[in-house]
Design a protein around this ligand. Structure first.
Ligand SMILES: [Zn+2]
Length: 491
């Protein structure tokens, strides 16, 4: 007779959940494992899970036998390190220092475990600057999970340059790009962006949160969820605000040139007006958005000028230049058509009587319209590219995110979202009663066990309110049922 090893089963589920950064679920599974019969000593594992799940008091309680003297000891066991992390997360500054120092002697896979504890403890203790460095460090040394990636983005954005708009803009652009590429697509679910924005705002970087949202909205105009988030945070002053002085100067210079034509003033006056307008256009820009630092305002202008992702398209700069040329050309043609209509149909007699003056004025107005069309061109192009942007998203959806077909029990430790539901309903079957009886209780969650029909691999489906569906792979190990053997009497 043999029975399923409950500890191995729960450990498998907990390990898979940890690989997916679902630490509250890990902690709950570890607690359930400890509460069951036959649990061996798992205090350290339980405490580690509890710290990452932001339950430091539970962790400290589990390791109550570790003495304070470990803070000044020269070498440490894992129990000591985890106890220090628990105390540090509870706000003990000495423990945080000791935990920090302990990392200097740890490398290899253990280093990643230590960095997670240090980063999480520092975050919980409110030492966010230290936490930022450790999360950034962690993203360099390990395969970046979604949690590490998002937390690193928060650290990068908060630490963006306050003096160099090019460097700050590069951080915002890169971060937005990484967020867009984390599955699911931002058009389907904006949870990564929302998480980063919430974390930035919790740390009072409202400008950083706004810049990330603006970048997402510019690059992915089809991500509808981004619009209301952006609207709630709008700071006034759209893209036109930057150019309003320049456009006013162009209108002024045109008016001056018309006056010169009508009154016979020297053309030098018109030329001076045109040069002045050019200078204003180049030099005088109002910042976009209000209440932002000068650098952030410049980054906002850069971010708003980004072109949407479309299939097989030209680079961003080429499209912007194309937008200027197209806008200018269309405005020029519209101006010529309008001038023709007015002079040849509406005021034929007046025009015939003053052909030269009328032509001069008409050409000045056409020139002004051309400049305005050129300025508005890239923004109009962005609107015109929406269907292409939608097509691009459909293309990515169909090629990049292929639904899992058949059995993924060899290669996958966990699945989220619609794929998880699909995998459970199409591939997995209901679990045997023996496995189902071992399902742990998880706070607020609906939990159900499934099994693979081919390999019998046990999977745990977890549904938390307000969260996507998740399934975690477990381990199926059979051990000899000692009671059964005793009854049977032979091996
Ligand atoms: Zn399978």
């Amino acid at each position: 007779m043999s029975k399923i090893d409950r500890n191995e089963l729960l450990d498998g589920w907990a390990t898979s959940a940890a690989r997916m950064d679902e630490f509250v679920i890990v902690s709950d599974i570890r607690e359930a494992a400890a509460a069951g019969a036959g649990a061996h000593d798992m205090d350290a594992e339980r405490a580690r899970a509890a710290i990452l799940a932001r339950r430091p008091a539970l962790a400290a309680g589990l390791l109550a036998d570790v003495e304070r003297s470990v803070l000044t000891a020269t070498s440490h066991s894992w129990r000591d390190v985890i106890a220090m992390a628990a105390w540090a997360a509870l706000g003990d500054a000495d423990a945080l220092s000791a935990l920090h120092r302990a990392g200097q002697n740890i490398d290899g896979p253990a280093m990643v475990v230590h960095r997670y504890l240090l980063a999480s403890a520092a975050d919980q203790a409110g030492r966010t600057k230290l936490a930022d460095s450790v999360w950034q460090d962690l993203a360099e040394v390990t395969e970046a999970t979604m949690l590490v990636t998002r937390r690193k983005i928060v650290a990068d954005v908060i630490r963006r340059s306050t003096s160099d708009s090019g460097a700050a803009g590069a951080v915002i652009g890169r971060s937005a790009r990484v967020l867009i590429e984390l599955p699911p697509l931002p058009e389907d679910d904006l949870r990564h962006v929302r998480d980063v924005v919430t974390q930035l705002e919790a740390r009072d970087d409202h400008a950083g949160a706004l810049l990330i949202l603006e970048a997402i909205a510019a690059l992915r105009p089809v991500a509808k969820e981004a619009r209301p988030l952006l609207k709630e945070r709008a700071r006034g002053g759209g893209w036109w605000r930057e150019r309003i002085l320049g456009l006013a100067a162009v209108v002024g210079a045109t008016a001056l040139a018309i006056v010169c034509t009508l009154t016979g003033l020297s053309h030098w006056v018109s030329l001076a007006g045109a040069l002045a307008a050019f200078a204003v256009w180049r030099e005088c820009r109002l910042p976009q958005g209000q209440g932002l630092s000068p650098v952030d305002a410049r980054v906002l202008a850069e971010v708003r000028a980004l072109m949407p992702d479309v299939a097989g398209s030209l680079p961003d700069l080429a499209r912007r230049i194309g937008g200027v040329i197209t806008g200018g050309t269309l405005a020029f043609l519209a101006g010529v058509a309008l001038a023709t209509l007015v002079t040849e149909v509406l005021i034929v007699d007046v025009y015939r009587a003053n052909v030269e003056t009328s032509d001069a004025i008409a050409w000045l107005l056409i020139l002004m319209l051309t400049v305005m069309g050129g300025a508005a061109g890239p923004h109009l192009l962005r609107v015109a590219q929406r269907p292409a942007a939608r097509k691009y998203v459909d293309q990515v959806r169909s090629t990049q995110f292929q639904p899992i077909r058949g059995c993924a029990c060899l290669t996958t430790v966990g699945i989220r979202g619609a794929d998880a539901k699909r995998y459970a309903s199409r591939h997995l079957r209901e679990a045997d009663p023996e496995v189902a009886a071992m399902v742990p209780t998880i706070t607020r969650a609906t939990v159900k066990a499934h099994q693979c029909p081919d390999s019998q691999t046990p999977w745990l489906a977890v549904r938390l309110p307000g969260r996507e569906a998740m399934i975690f792979r477990g381990t199926l190990v059979r051990v000899a049922d000692t009671q059964g053997d005793a009854v049977g009497g032979y091996l």
